[in-house]
Design a protein. Structure first.
Length: 91
């Protein structure tokens, strides 16, 4: 199993929870739409490690894709003026 450093992971795991809240869905609904278990969503949202194994990176990608495509969420990287965040792509 390959470990991926957090500096190379996007979106950050904590942003998944924020995006889910913005979309107004619970963990079970996101898990079902993304084709993963609720436990996998819980593990990603609660991940505080410096690295993530390749299986979790794959799950994170599925969650990101689902939130972006099905709920219109956009994950924002930090800039000089603002930190990371989530928002709807369209108002």
């Amino acid at each position: 199993m390959v470990k991926v450093p957090l500096s190379k992971i996007w979106p950050l795991p904590g942003l998944v929870r924020a995006a889910r809240g913005l979309a107004g869905i619970d963990q079970s609904a996101l898990a079902k739409r993304a084709g993963v278990s609720r436990h996998a969503v819980m593990a990603i949202e609660g991940d505080k490690n410096d690295a993530m194994d390749d299986r979790r990176v794959e799950v994170l990608g599925k969650l990101q894709s689902t939130l972006e495509k099905e709920f219109g969420i956009e994950f924002q990287k930090a800039t000089k003026k603002a930190g990371v965040g989530v928002r709807f792509k369209k108002p």
